[in-house]
Ligand binder design. Sequence first.
Ligand code: ADP
Ligand code: NAG
Ligand code: NAG
Length: 294
Amino acid sequence: MSCCVASVLTEDFIAVIQSARLPKEGETIHGHNFFIGFGGKGANQCVQAARLGAKTAMVAKVGNDSFGDSYIQNFKDNGIRACGCLHAGENAIVIVAGANMMLNKEELQDALAAITSAKVLVCQLEISPQMSLRALRMAQENKVTTIFNPAPAIPDLDPDFYRLSDVFCCNESEAELLTGSSVNNVEEARCASRELLRRGCGAVIITLGAQGCVVLEAPESTSKHVPTTPVSAVDTTGAGDSFIGALAYYVAHYPAMRLEEVARRAGQVAAVSVQSMGAQSSYPHKRDLGAELF
Ligand SMILES: Nc1ncnc2c1ncn2[C@@H]1O[C@H](COP(=O)(O)OP(=O)(O)O)[C@@H](O)[C@H]1O
Ligand SMILES: *[C@@H]1O[C@H](CO)[C@@H](O)[C@H](O)[C@H]1NC(C)=O
Ligand SMILES: *[C@@H]1O[C@H](CO)[C@@H](O)[C@H](O)[C@H]1NC(C)=O
């Protein structure tokens, strides 16, 4: 298996580029959301979005081994469309064997059509910052809503990341690293959100664990604290990814919804995820959630 062709023809899906490497001869991917990331975060976020009812497709690069096979099986089990190499057509997914984690610009160029036809692009820092920036630029130039999650955090984030983020969403430690000020409570998060917004994002969300999150949208200067339901947390692993996946789902499916309400609902979804063990294993399905969230 070398490199592959993806073609996903439905209108309503979320594609995750789990790998850095995209097919050289890729066909167009059309969809609602387009995630770029590598490693667990992009996958977690995609699984959560899928469980809320988004039709999703996964573009992945996995090893040609049993680990790779079970990794793909997991996506299929989650209703994420997964098809192997050269299975062009509806429900296809790209699986590129090999271990090159560096997405190069030619490869990213092949994903241009996919990104530009999406409703939302979600990027993390699991591929090289230069390629993330490039993907965000492609999205912005084509009026695709961008959600950027600066994780895993790096201290000297390129300033263009702020200008390219319609929604810049991070947790307390990431906000602290980026602003250089402590972020341990709602007041400090409000302060950090102003600083991050000042750097050029369209909106900032800082998640605060059991405290919910703080949302600040340009051109407002007053942030909103959005509390979450008090629950007894069993394991908070992956809560942030559940939040981002849900955020992407709501932004794509309810484009007119206020960001504060989007964040409130994403917080409710993530609050469910902390009540059982694991990351993906704790992510709720739409059927587990109240009708008021949809
Ligand atoms: N103990 C908790 N009780 C209720 N909700 C929680 C709890 N921990 C996390 N959440 C929800 O998950 C979201 C993300 O959690 P957070 O811990 O900030 O992310 P991360 O996993 O990136 O550290 C929060 O905004 C909140 O909605
Ligand atoms: C993948 O693994 C199978 C069986 O182990 C082998 O036949 C095949 O050549 C491998 N493909 C690549 C691209 O390494
Ligand atoms: C924020 O997320 C990172 C993973 O990106 C995690 O290592 C860190 O512990 C999180 N911080 C908090 C305060 O939960």
